[in-house]
Ligand binder design. Structure first.
Ligand code: FAD
Ligand code: NAD
Length: 460
């Protein structure tokens, strides 16, 4: 029987980062992954392929609509096969990159399904048969899977999930997306840009529930202008394939018929066949594995991180937890600042936020002041012809400490990094406002929003 100090189950961003960090810290580490490619949902079928499609489809749309500055081109033609080949190449580069990092850091990889059979025992069932491993510690990083929706019958072709929507073989003439959350809007945008008529059905009164209300409202307006048919307050009750078409039924209206249907109403923790019952571990009411502040489950030798535990289902959140969990194991100290974890929607324009929303501050009774600045008043945004959107900074009314930053605008996903660092370092709006920002950059929008929150902006 092979013995390891740490056995990680799952090689997504949580698991592979934990495995590499543990190896860096001197542990003998193994990682069990059931898929041949490493990298998990994020690298194989999530973050990476969807961003490859988002980046490319944005350029394709600009070229087709002749929206390129100073350049007129003739009839532009979509080459979907080449676009998909680009996506596959990007995925391969990333997943094989993890293979390289495992080798470099001497992380032993096992291909197969991992099942816990005791507090320090895991069985791997893979193409090479079944083997049992002995581990001083086990780290569960098995991620999440698509949440089923009552009445929705997936055939994984006409009615499918994001796994299908990152790889449609042709541009569907019509696409109904169930759920106006992150996946629905990102992948809905991709196919809309490529020529589909996209309808998004969202149960709540607004899309992107949980986001800052002002930003979500602005986003809805922009997406509608882009041609997404967003219908809010619509509860889908059934969806199925019939005679080669997708049918979507919802409360209070005639069913919709489309070439493809994408179910994007959330994900749930994945503990399928993990053997939790063998060690008496129970999940909570939402299927998540409960852990303490050190990511330790009720069985002291078993830890869990990432999508399979509570918190936002984000790759970088899983990574931070993976890093911190093994540092706790080795040194007794690790840290994740959950208040400083940004979240980004990679639409066009991008939407990004970190810290508290206005709605949260109001409900917590925290006094705050607000500074906003529009991209339309930023020189770089004008030069890029990307003037839609604004940044808003929420700071404590008395201490000036930055409590939340919300951006809708060009490259918001990159700009939010500065805000996350500011929040992590407990910066005030004045700190950010007084820090020199290179000119002309989009980042100056943040400086001006900070000036607006602390005192007053210069450029508006
Ligand atoms: P996962 O990445 O899900 O990895 C878990 C791994 O465990 C998988 O590889 C699985 O095969 C393996 N596994 C499961 N059970 C077993 C077992 N018993 N034995 C062996 N192996 C097992 N997040 C972002 O932050 N940014 C984005 O842009 C983004 N885009 C996304 C786009 C889409 C379409 C989707 C679906 C998700 C996206 N996410 C994004 C979310 C992100 O993918 C997840 O939050 C992240 O992958 C979670 O990491 P994880 O390590 O916890 O789990
Ligand atoms: P989500 O939770 O973001 O959105 C699901 C939406 O579906 C919600 O707005 C919900 O109100 C709606 N809904 C639920 N039931 C419905 C019904 N019956 N009819 C109509 N609408 C209904 O979930 P998602 O978009 O599937 O994404 C899953 C996870 O993946 C998220 O937790 C997200 O964090 C992660 N993800 C992140 C990124 C990113 O960081 N850019 C990208 C994609 C996915």
């Amino acid at each position: 029987m092979n013995k390891h100090q740490l056995v990680v189950i799952g090689a997504g961003p949580g698991g592979y980062v934990a495995a590499i960090r543990a190896a860096q810290l001197g542990l003998d580490v193994a990682c069990i992954e059931k898929e041949p490619a490493l990298g998990g949902t994020c690298l194989r079928v999530g973050c990476i392929p969807s961003k490859a499609l988002l980046e490319a489809s944005e350029k394709i749309q600009a070229a087709r609509a002749n929206h390129l500055i100073g350049l007129k081109i003739g009839q532009a033609e979509l080459d979907l096969a080449a676009l998909m080949a680009h996506k596959d190449k990007v995925v391969k580069a990333n997943t094989s990159g993890i293979e390289f990092l495992f080798k470099k850091n001497k992380v032993k990889r096992y291909l197969g399904h991992g099942r816990i059979v005791g507090p320090t025992r895991v069985v791997v069932e893979g193409p090479e048969g079944t083997q049992e491993l002995e581990a001083e510690r086990i780290l569960i990083a098995t991620g999440s899977k698509v949440a089923p929706l009552k009445g929705v019958v997936l055939d994984y072709e006409i009615v499918g999930t994001s796994d299908q929507a990152i790889a449609y073989p042709k541009v569907p003439e019509s696409l109904v997306v169930i759920g106006g959350g992150v996946i629905g809007l990102e992948l809905g945008s991709v196919w809309s840009r490529l020529g589909s008529k996209v309808t998004v059905l969202e149960y709540l009164p607004t899309i992107l529930g949980g986001m800052d209300g002002e930003i979500a409202k602005a986003a809805e307006k922009v997406f509608r202008k882009q041609g997404l048919d967003i219908r809010t307050g619509v509860r889908v009750t059934a969806a199925y394939a019939k005679e080669g078409r997708g049918i979507v039924e919802y409360e209070g209206g005639e069913p919709l018929v489309a070439e493809r249907v994408l179910l994007a109403t959330g994900r749930v923790p994945n503990t399928d066949g993990l053997g939790l019952e063998n060690v008496g571990l129970q999940t909570d009411e939402r299927g998540r594995i409960p852990v303490n502040a050190h990511y330790q489950t009720a069985v002291p030798s078993i830890y869990a991180i990432g999508d399979v535990i509570a918190g936002p289902m984000l790759a970088h959140k899983a990574e931070e937890e993976g890093y911190a969990a093994v540092e706790y194991m080795v040194s007794g100290y690790g840290h994740v600042d959950y208040n400083a974890i940004p979240s980004v929607v990679y639409t066009h324009p991008e939407i990004a936020s970190v810290g508290k929303t206005e709605e949260e501050l109001k409900s917590l009774g925290i006094p705050y002041k607000k500074g906003s600045f529009p991209f339309s008043a930023n020189g770089r945004a004008r030069a890029m012809n990307e003037t839609e959107g604004f940044a808003k900074i929420l700071a404590h009314a008395e201490t000036d400490r930055i409590l939340g930053v919300h951006i809708i605008g060009p490259r918001a996903g990159d700009l939010i990094a500065e805000a996350a660092v500011a929040i992590a370092f407990h910066a005030s709006a004045e700190d950010l406002a007084r820090a020199s920002h290179a000119h002309p950059t989009l980042a100056e929008v943040l400086k001006e929003a900070a000036l607006a929150a602390w005192d007053r902006p210069i450029h508006i």
